[in-house]
Design a protein. Structure first.
Length: 456
């Protein structure tokens, strides 16, 4: 397999970030956010098995993405630690116990291990027996309910209430104006609050992504897609005048900083490809000028972890917390706050999905549930349709059969009326799916009553 990889790819390069890596290295840098250190597996995983694992991970990085590769890597690490720091093979008993221990509490690791072992078997069939393959292929992953309201999920995911958000914004602005927070940190946090974008998306921004059009300011936001290349997909986000003005100042600061650091003028194209948020730590050590220019200054971009750290640092500053404290703030909360506010203003699920840059509107149902009025309208509609069935079970078989048929027609009629009240496509899809489920249930009841009638 290793030979095959090296024959097909003279240089191993991750599909999304296009970072080059050597399969023989102990540390792989697959992107600004993904670094895998295989030294932690020394004396824990047998050398032969580790080499086969690395080949499978290399195949994943080249053909899928660095993010998938990282998930597989950490799932393997979880398995090694679960087995008391030793892994000589993927034994049936160990794999089964791992599933039983984590299928609820750590479903992401279980799911990642499942798909890693399936891919591992495809590439190294002789190392994974059919019994283990059948076991993992039948694993059911107990994922949390995606429609559960963020408020119900706990403090780490709950949206900020109005008072908290206003207070946070006020303190940030006050501390920025007094010089306690620098421009870069201030604008990173403001962008996360106002756009709801993830740290990784903020990290990928370049100077050219900020522009004006028809007297309004815009940001061309990179989209995050599994398997997609670095900065391959974008959405246009409108920014307010004050935020645009401040970002333009940062854009000028970045230009001056880099040209002063290099002691030379850069071309227009080079300047446009500079990150909007520079990783200043790159210049804290003796840096290689070639690495500065690599892949349109990719190495100058901050990674998502550092942006998250800056968010927490800002939170500590505005709340006068010491450096050892654990801030109760994260980017997920800021996303949840924005989405919940949008839902509370009466916008449909498709608008919430667009704000959060989701392609699947079902994943934003949890934000709609944070809005009591939105939830009430849905629950009320469903209750009105289901309620007639309660009385059906108090009648005779023949009456019940007729009642069920009548109710089926009533449900279809009511649902069409309900659908007509919505103008947004995703909500129509939601209600259409709902009536489809109800129709199937009612048809089953009709068949059941027919069978009962025949027996009687």
């Amino acid at each position: 397999m290793k030979t095959l990889i090296q024959e097909n790819y003279l240089v191993l390069k991750t599909k999304d970030s296009e970072n080059e890596f050597d399969i023989n290295d102990n540390c792989w840098v697959l992107s600004r956010d993904v670094k895998l250190n295989f030294l932690q597996f020394e004396r824990k995983v047998s050398k032969y098995l580790l080499n086969r694992i690395k080949e499978t991970l290399a195949y994943t990085a080249v053909n899928f993405s660095s993010a998938y590769t990282r998930k597989f890597f950490f799932a393997i690490n979880k398995l090694v630690n679960f087995n008391k720091g030793v892994l000589k093979s993927f034994e049936y008993g160990v794999v089964k116990r791992f599933y039983n221990a984590y299928y609820k509490s750590s479903y992401t690791h279980v799911e990642s291990l499942k798909y890693f072992l399936i891919k591992f078997h495809e590439l190294h069939e002789e190392l994974l027996n059919k019994e283990v393959l059948d076991l993992v292929s039948n694993w059911k992953i107990d994922k949390p309910n995606r429609t559960t309201g963020k408020i119900e999920k706990g403090i780490s995911s709950r949206p900020l209430i109005e008072k908290e958000l206003v207070g946070f914004l006020s303190k940030i602005t006050e501390r920025y104006n007094s010089g306690d927070i620098n421009m870069k940190d201030y604008l990173m946090v403001m962008l996360m609050i106002y756009t709801g974008r993830r740290p990784m998306q903020i990290a990928q921004l370049k100077r050219k992504d900020l522009y004006s059009k028809n007297e309004f300011g815009y940001l061309k936001m990179p989209r995050i897609k599994q398997g997609g290349r670095f900065r391959s997909y974008f959405t246009e986000v409108k920014v307010g005048a004050n935020l645009y003005y401040s970002l333009s100042k940062l854009k000028a600061v970045v230009k001056d900083f880099i040209e002063n650091e290099l002691d030379k003028k850069l071309s227009h194209e080079e300047l446009e490809n500079l990150p909007l948020f520079i990783d200043s730590y790159f210049f804290n050590v003796t840096y290689d000028l070639k690495k500065l220019y690599e892949n349109n200054f990719t190495n100058l971009h901050m990674n998502s972890k550092k942006i998250t750290e800056r968010l927490k640092s800002v939170y500590r500053t505005v709340n006068d917390l010491n450096s050892d404290s654990m801030p109760t703030i994260n980017s997920r909360q800021l996303r949840a706050t924005l989405a919940t506010r949008v839902a509370q203003k009466g916008y449909g699920l498709n608008v919430v999905a667009k704000v959060l840059d989701h392609t699947n509107f079902k994943s934003v149902l949890c934000y709609a549930k944070n809005n009591e009025e939105f939830s009430f309208r849905i629950d009320e509609a469903i209750n009105d349709l289901i309620l007639p069935y309660a009385s059906s079970f108090l009648t005779t078989v023949n009456d019940t059969k007729q009642k069920i048929n009548n109710d089926l027609m009533s449900i279809i009629k009511h649902t069409k009326t309900l659908i007509s009240d919505y103008s947004e496509g995703p909500e129509v899809d939601t209600m259409s799916e709902f009536v489809s489920v109800i129709e199937n249930k009612v048809i089953s009841l009709v068949n059941f009553s027919n069978n009962m009638d025949g027996e009687l």
